[in-house]
Design a protein around this ligand. Structure first.
Ligand code: NI
Length: 182
């Protein structure tokens, strides 16, 4: 089932999301719906707050990048209760980011290229791994959503000022995009 995507201005995007337990109702269905919603809106990542739920669940698909990064072929992964334990800030990279919750906005964001992440698989097996490259970028963006942050919080004050009217238009619902929003 395709779910509407909550856009900038919705209070749920500013909440700190909570860990879930194995008895969380209908988790497999929620994960399936999140994947379907992400594929339909052509995103590479989606966090539960973006579909209105303040819980720590994210989905990531990197298969679309396989021409440039063959290691990401068929990469479709759900992360339960993800947390970033460490940022390796010895190497930073600036890349353009966009977000399904901020349609029409793309801005350069500087982030570490390598992070230590702890999460659970959908069967609640615990994992801990150093992640780097494009996946590290996407996970930082998505885990930010779980901390109540959006990527425009991390751009320079000058860029913030330059997109202020666009951000205000988003809050007022004055935007167009090709997927269902709320
Ligand atoms: Ni986003």
């Amino acid at each position: 089932m395709i779910l509407p995507i909550y856009t900038y201005g919705q209070p749920v995007l500013r909440k700190v999301a909570q860990d879930i337990t194995p008895d969380y109702p209908e988790l497999p269905k929620l994960i399936e719906d999140m994947f379907e919603t992400m594929y339909r809106s052509e995103g590479v990542g989606l966090a539960a707050p973006q579909i209105g739920k303040d819980i720590r669940v994210i989905v990531v698909t990197l298969d679309v990048l396989k021409d440039e990064y063959p290691e990401y072929a068929d990469f479709n992964h759900a992360y339960i209760n993800p947390h970033i334990l460490e940022y390796d800030d010895s190497e930073m990279q600036t890349m353009d980011e966009g977000c399904l919750s901020l349609p029409g906005i793309h801005e350069p964001v500087k982030r570490p290229t390598r992070i230590l992440v702890r999460w659970m698989e959908p069967d609640f097996t615990e994992r801990e791994e150093w992640v780097e490259g494009y996946l590290a970028r996407v996970l930082q963006h998505e885990i930010d959503h779980l901390e109540g942050k959006v990527f425009t919080d991390r751009i320079t004050p000058l860029r913030k000022q330059m997109i202020r009217s666009k951000m205000n238009a988003l809050v007022k619902g004055k935007f167009r995009c090709g997927y269902k929003t709320k």
